[in-house]
Design a protein around this ligand. Structure first.
Ligand code: AMP
Ligand code: MN
Ligand code: MN
Ligand code: MN
Length: 280
């Protein structure tokens, strides 16, 4: 990558739990001096058409992406699929299944919140009116709007984080299956934010071995908000398992000022970029 070519391969729009429309996201990326951006909404590619038109008008290169939720040893893992074919009907079908799993999980979480003397039915009604992909972020936001908590962080800390009384672990598809969906849709499967999973060193090692054996090709070496320490650890994982390196802010909202689009997304020189044969 030439130093003046800026890339961000992990972002969210309001088609999942991001705050911006695809047009606003693309305009913000152009303003931030980004040249190539992947829209990688959670388990949906519904925002890609709008993002593509907006990117074209701005002279920005859009990479079609998706962040797929999978499970590995009872742990939720996120795969960022890049350069997928958005017209792949099989992938669209699988993602519709993910949306249904997400709806069922939100119903179960709202039922658990009712048991905590919170207005679970009302929260559920608000969320069901939303229509699109439902994430815990949407539930946290509805809880703030209902006055159950004062901020979304509190909703996660008190109720929605793993181990808290409103949490439900979804029955996500297995890691290898998610990789297969991405690869069959012509994409490259990358492991998102590898230092965010609560795994022992040995388990992390095994995860990477299974990821690679199942056809995973890349790993996010630089992930938004992570410090140099994480980057070094992820670069070591990439080298050890001969994986390509990706960079992504995991941008959700301009309100999270600590994690702007495209900030410090420089891949260490020793890592082969996931875009090495596709972008400058
Ligand atoms: P889900 O995929 O439905 O489990 O929702 C996960 C999303 O919730 C993540 O992609 C984050 O955007 C958001 N999230 C997870 N943990 C927290 C947290 N502690 N505080 C705020 N947002 C969070
Ligand atoms: Mn999210
Ligand atoms: Mn993620
Ligand atoms: Mn993400």
């Amino acid at each position: 990558m030439t130093d003046d070519f800026k890339i961000d391969l992990h972002t969210h729009s309001h088609y999942s739990d991001g705050e911006l429309t695809p047009e606003e996201l693309m305009a913000s990326a152009a303003k931030a001096g980004i040249n190539a951006i992947a829209l990688t909404d959670h388990d949906t590619i519904a925002g890609l058409d709008r993002a593509q038109s907006a990117a074209r008008h701005l002279g920005l290169k859009l990479i079609a992406g998706v962040e797929v939720s999978v499970a590995w040893r009872a742990q939720s893992i996120h795969l960022v699929g890049l350069w997928i074919d958005p017209s792949d009907r099989t992938l669209v079908g699988h993602l519709e299944g993910q949306a249904e799993l997400r709806r069922e999980r939100i119903q179960q979480m709202c039922a658990k919140l009712t048991k905590q003397r919170l207005p679970g039915d009302k929260l559920l009604a608000t969320l069901e009116a939303h229509g699109g992909i439902l994430t815990r972020t949407h539930l946290a936001q509805a809880m703030v709007a209902e006055g159950c908590v004062s901020a979304t962080d509190d909703a996660f800390r008190k109720y929605l984080a793993k181990g808290k009384p409103g949490h439900v672990a979804s029955d996500w598809p297995a890691l290898a299956l998610g990789i297969e969906w991405i690869v069959k849709a012509g994409g490259i499967a990358t492991l998102a934010h590898p230092s965010r999973y609560a795994l022992s060193g040995g388990a992390r090692q095994r995860l990477l071995e299974e990821f690679k054996a199942a056809g995973g090709e890349g790993i996010e070496v630089v992930s938004g908000g992570n410090g140099a320490h994480h980057t070094e650890g992820c670069a070591a994982m990439a080298r050890k398992h001969a994986l390509l390196g990706s960079v992504g802010s995991d941008f959700h909202s301009p309100r999270f000022a600590w994690n702007p689009l495209g900030r410090s997304l420089k891949l260490p020189d020793c890592i082969t970029p996931v875009w090495h044969d596709r972008l400058p």
